[in-house]
Design a protein around this ligand. Structure first.
Ligand code: ACO
Length: 365
């Protein structure tokens, strides 16, 4: 039997046309297009690109956006279920249960035709933000806010969360966040989703596998970890001691390091720029300055002293963006999933289109 690679490091498990990462040069492309270019488009266009393999033309964009808007509503039965959740449980756990519920309400749940899968993909992308916003509001005993058709995917989410139409920059930040979170090759959640899809399980079940895997603090849960860390550092005077003491205890600093990138994560650069602009618009650079200080300390400790390539990853400055958008830390992973769902669906469909069950071996000791 072949040599075992712990954590499957460096193992190539499948071919994909969905995204490409060069972890040495810091390049990320979805369907052949650089992330820097994609970040300036709308989430609807990027979602279509991931799922359908091409940038939509004008008519296709309008059709896709219209279908997403028509499917944003969630039904009354689901809202009743959400109201009965015991709060105090993590938001992602509620989201996972809610996605199971919408599968129950979808009569095409166990239909596996390409048309049924296309319909399910639209429902999933469209309903995720409505569910996350409704879950959050009902945890405070508040009624959900109806989606607004005139707002973009990201702006509508912020509106449903707070009842306030976001500023232009806030809306742009949310769209960019969803785009930057939308896809990342064979990361743990996507891999787990592809395993589920490879057994020919349905799309909802596969997405729930993705959600469960995203939750962990070494993956999507790190975004909440960064927000918690920013709160824990109660004043900038203690930042250096805080970071060094954590490293001494061999604890990880959330939002740093990556299995594939051995350089600056290209998404982190874009997030950093958005965070800086939000800080300026808000007239309060506290969170941005604090994050930049942590980055400088980490650079000194890892790059300059230890010669180890530990840079900010996607979760570091996204957490700062959430701070400025007034997003509570407990929603961070669920919002990550709102973006990632398009990439998950693309991988689910790619797996179905050329399937062989994913079943590696273990080395018995
Ligand atoms: N803080 C401190 N040390 C770190 C960090 C970090 N964030 N990341 C890696 N290191 C150190 C490790 O302690 C280890 O040191 P050692 O060689 O002395 O044992 C070395 O760098 C290699 O780290 P591993 O954890 O073995 O690297 P791996 O490729 O398995 O893990 C991971 C990558 C999980 C992302 C890791 O860097 C980490 O835990 N980071 C913090 C959590 C995080 O931000 N996760 C989000 C990743 S992006 C995403 O999934 C959306």
């Amino acid at each position: 039997m072949e040599e075992m690679k712990k954590g499957l490091e460096g193992v190539v498990a499948l071919d994909t046309r969905i995204s490409y990462i060069d972890g040495i040069q810091g390049i990320l492309k979805y369907r052949g297009i650089n992330i820097e270019e994609l970040a300036d488009l709308s989430y609807d266009i990027v979602s279509y690109l991931l799922i359908n393999g091409k940038i939509p033309d004008y008519e296709e964009t309008n059709d896709y956006s219209r279908m997403l808007k028509e499917n944003r509503q969630i039904n009354g039965k689901l809202i009743e279920v959400l109201k009965n959740f015991e709060f105090g449980i993590e938001a992602l756990d509620s989201l996972r249960t809610a996605i199971s519920c919408i599968a129950h309400f979808d009569e095409q749940n166990n239909h596996h035709t390409p048309d049924a899968n296309k319909n399910k993909s639209i429902r999933l992308v469209a309903k995720f933000p409505t569910i996350v916003a409704a879950l959050h509001r009902s945890s405070f005993g508040k009624e959900p806010i109806q989606p607004r058709e005139t707002l973009s995917h990201g702006a509508n989410f912020l509106y449903m969360l707070t009842g306030r139409v976001p500023t232009e920059l806030e809306a742009e930040a949310m769209e960019k966040d969803l785009i930057l979170s939308a896809e990342h090759e064979l990361n743990p959640s996507t891999f787990s989703l592809r395993i589920a899809a490879s057994t020919l399980s349905d799309m909802y079940s596969a997405v729930i596998c993705g959600l469960c895997t995203l939750k962990g603090p070494l993956h999507g849960g790190a975004r909440k970890g960064v927000m918690d860390m920013l709160d824990e550092i109660s004043n900038p005077g203690i930042t250096k001691d805080y970071v060094l003491q954590k490293l001494e205890r061999k604890e990880k600093i959330m939002g740093f390091g990556h299995r594939v990138y051995k350089t600056y994560d290209p998404r982190a650069r874009i997030y950093k720029d958005v965070a800086r602009r939000l800080a300026i618009e808000n007239g309060d650079t506290y969170w941005f300055d604090l994050a930049e200080e942590i980055e400088h300390i980490m650079y000194h400790e890892f790059i300059e002293i230890r010669g180890k390539p530990i840079y900010p990853n996607v979760d570091f400055y996204s957490a700062v963006v959430y701070k400025y958008l007034d997003i509570p830390a407990e929603l961070a992973t669920s919002i990550f999933a709102m973006g990632r769902v398009s990439g998950w669906i693309a991988h689910c469909m790619e797996q179905y289109s050329d399937n062989r069950v994913i079943r590696p071996r273990a080395h018995f000791v």
